[in-house]
Design a protein around this ligand. Structure first.
Ligand SMILES: [Ca+2]
Length: 81
């Protein structure tokens, strides 16, 4: 029984850690609250982001990353680590 409780505690801790993983929020990246993340704003979050990568992430090609585009790019960055 004690072992089961420890197992439950470990699972609980690891899921909490997952929830708190450095997940860059769109609202934080959108420094001027324009509703889109510009290249400069994106580079403030990902210092190694170049223009080509930004354009690839900007699937609608409007020069800004909207929430979906931002989240999709953020997911690729998390996978890379
Ligand atoms: Ca866009």
């Amino acid at each position: 029984m004690k072992k089961l409780l420890i197992t439950v505690a470990v699972i609980g801790m690891s899921s909490a850690a997952f929830a708190e993983a450095p997940d860059i929020a769109f609202a934080t990246a959108d420094a001027d609250s324009s509703g889109g993340v510009s290249l400069a704003e994106a580079q403030a979050v990902w210092s190694d982001l170049d223009e080509a990568a930004f354009k690839a992430a900007d699937t609608s090609q409007d020069g800004l990353l909207d929430q979906a585009e931002f989240d999709a790019y953020a997911a690729t960055q998390e996978d890379a680590e």
